[in-house]
Design a protein around this ligand. Sequence first.
Ligand code: NAG
Ligand code: NAG
Ligand code: NAG
Ligand code: NAG
Ligand code: NAG
Ligand code: NAG
Ligand code: NAG
Ligand code: NAG
Length: 742
Amino acid sequence: MAKMNLKHFSSIVLAAFFCTQIFQLSVHGVDASSKLYIVYLGEKKHSDPEVVTASHHEKLTPLFESKEEALSSIVYSYKHGFSGFAAMLNESQVHILSDMPDVISVIPNGKFAAHTTRSWDFLGLDYSSHSNSLLQKGKYGEDIIIGVIDSGIWPESKSFDGTGYGPPPTRWKGICQIGDSFGTNNCSNKIIGARWYASDLSSSELEGEYMSPRDYAGHGTHTASTAAGNLVSNTSFHGLAAGSARGGAPRARLAIYKACWGPSVLCSTAALLAAVDDAINDGVDVISMSIGGPNEFPGTLHAVAKGIIVVFSAGNEGPAPQSVKNNVPWVITVAASTIDRSFPTVITLGNSQRLVGQSIYYEIQSSNTNNFTTLVDGSSCDKTTLTEQNVTGKIVLCYNPNAIPQVLPRYNFGEAAQNVLDAGGRGIIYAQYTTNLLQQRRGVPYALVDFDIANKINSYIYSTSNPLVKISPAYNIEGKQVLAKRVAAFSSRGPNPRFPGILKPDIAAPGVSILAAVNGGYQFMSGTSMACPHVTGIVALLKSLHPDWSPAAIKSAVITTASNTDSYDVQLEAEGTPRKIADPFDYGGGHIDPNKAADPGLVYDIDPNDYTKFFNCTLGPSDDCDTYVGQLYQLNVPSIAVPDLKDIVSVWRTVTNVGPINSTYKAFVQPPAGVSVFVEPNLLSFDSNNKVKTFKITFVANRKVQGDYTFGSLTWSDSLNHSVRIPLAIRTIIEDYYADTA
Ligand SMILES: *[C@@H]1O[C@H](CO)[C@@H](O)[C@H](O)[C@H]1NC(C)=O
Ligand SMILES: *[C@@H]1O[C@H](CO)[C@@H](O)[C@H](O)[C@H]1NC(C)=O
Ligand SMILES: *[C@@H]1O[C@H](CO)[C@@H](O)[C@H](O)[C@H]1NC(C)=O
Ligand SMILES: *[C@@H]1O[C@H](CO)[C@@H](O)[C@H](O)[C@H]1NC(C)=O
Ligand SMILES: *[C@@H]1O[C@H](CO)[C@@H](O)[C@H](O)[C@H]1NC(C)=O
Ligand SMILES: *[C@@H]1O[C@H](CO)[C@@H](O)[C@H](O)[C@H]1NC(C)=O
Ligand SMILES: *[C@@H]1O[C@H](CO)[C@@H](O)[C@H](O)[C@H]1NC(C)=O
Ligand SMILES: *[C@@H]1O[C@H](CO)[C@@H](O)[C@H](O)[C@H]1NC(C)=O
């Protein structure tokens, strides 16, 4: 029906995309069969936004009975960064629009769910002024403007205090849009602008919400403070993770775009596009979107073409392969990793045996928990099994050895805990595969344990007539003793389900148990949503240090300097089923290393026209694409993914020297198993006349198999300390179909 231009989408992703709920609006003069569609018209053809809007009206008027009807169908007009609109349309109107020559695509609106003290020191960004980390070199992000598209902001948090900031940079053109519990004084020289987008939502979807930029869910406040919160000393969560909280670029300015609503933080394509359109025009330097779902709309392409760096979360659907979201090449897609902090929680059994789990359980004064309580076996802790015995006032072990295959790798702690509390239980010991996904449960003693410990507790229960247990409040340990930097189990994985020739995710950053600001305090959250603003903060510092670098150059610096090992030089792992050595489908280039990213030596730069070409030949109009299709890996990204190596494939890349003028680099290859790799030339010499060099990488299949992906790397090293590494992911095939993609 509609001109979707989605020819290279995998059908599975397409199905998921269109199954997302499309909601009905009651707009005057629009018939009941109408739904919200987004009509994309590409570059705007006029600099005056009013003229652009008028052209939208003109286009729609013939499709309606009157001009008024046409006007009232429009929910958002995109007229600043690009041209298009979101309107309530019926099927015949969609058909007519799709056939118009200047309409690039018509897509139904979709809805997507949104997907810190310690983490910054862990990344080597020491706040103290005597150190010379990227934080100091990047002037703490001073005068960089970060646009956060999320669920809004809680302006009273100390993390956003505007005291001590000068006026916003003169290029800033945004506004402070007021509303419920949000006045003009809620913007400051820290929160320099705020807007909200609710036109496409029904009143039931907005129940309880603030009709303003004020954050109802806490998610937007958390991500904004992780990216750019002020240094606030003496923060903690009930004594846990005590220290100073701050964002990655603590002096950067924040521009808030509230496009996600309600307790489950739902964001619609139409509202997200309106936010991106405004952010481009307002003058932000970086856009941060911790939002799950297939958001490869071209709005972000226009932002990147204007020099704005766009950072997205990779999604929380791991460890299943092909689960990575936000797969277009012009954005940075961020996976989540653990940091070097854990929260041991001691469990003492009635026989004095001490076992250790994890939680963020803290004691509240009124409770009397420092005592032994009866322990019962709740098995899988579903509603039925809990009715089979009296759990009132008891601590319940939730562990069903026979159900392990079903519980892996899901995390049903939240549901099980609620079942236990509903049945009258006092506390929970919950067995699951990873014990680091901690939840807040005010005053409820709990601990997550692995199956080994669960077995020990289970045997104890059946060894005595009066099983007792005591759960002590959690404490925290941090530093080298904690196994850190594992890719989190929930972090979405490659290969890229839409464009297998583009490697995703791009990079991993901390995203597990991150403490940051929320409404009225500081709270732990986990997710790629938390990893995304870590990268946002770092790219803001890089932009401050290298104001003339393109978004592609900054992305390249981040990816090519990432680390693949921990502080003991042991290869990083990825949590999953089973845990394994991490590969590029888990973390792209690796774990982010901000100080190295400050001085990458070489960058893989990309002209925005090449992104447009990529868009035109995949999602947009397809002029001139014959040689392009099937060769997406020729785009100059800092990684190479070849999904279909039959015999031999050659890939070209171009690097730009941003290090010392006179430099020579030598190529080092770690070939993927079963593949030979040749680099020509394998020496690159740069001087004042030769800053840009192109080279060819040839892959030759040594195995004739319908194969799985194997991984390697190509590193350019100079005689100094520059080591510019890109990941390689190559799959050999015999037939022209895609086989095992795991
Ligand atoms: C769509 O709306 C237009 C204008 O109101 C109307 O003329 C047309 O019949 C409608 N088409 C369908 C399929 O409902
Ligand atoms: C924000 O605005 C609200 C409503 O005008 C006001 O009550 C509140 O004190 C303001 N907060 C700040 C930090 O200025
Ligand atoms: C930190 O905060 C706690 C509780 O708010 C307070 O008791 C303590 O004195 C504070 N410490 C410092 C160093 O400010
Ligand atoms: C602790 O538990 C024991 C045994 O159940 C009970 O006798 C005692 O009164 C409890 N202590 C407190 C402080 O509740
Ligand atoms: C369950 O146990 C509690 C505490 O021991 C007791 O008060 C309650 O009466 C019991 N309920 C039933 C249905 O046996
Ligand atoms: C992409 O398509 C648009 C619309 O057809 C066209 O104007 C533009 O020149 C194309 N750009 C590239 C780089 O192919
Ligand atoms: C680079 O090398 C050229 C030729 O050897 C020399 O003239 C020039 O001074 C060098 N430049 C720098 C910055 O070292
Ligand atoms: C290379 O790095 C090491 C360790 O980071 C440092 O000690 C050394 O001075 C660096 N060398 C150069 C030439 O920059």
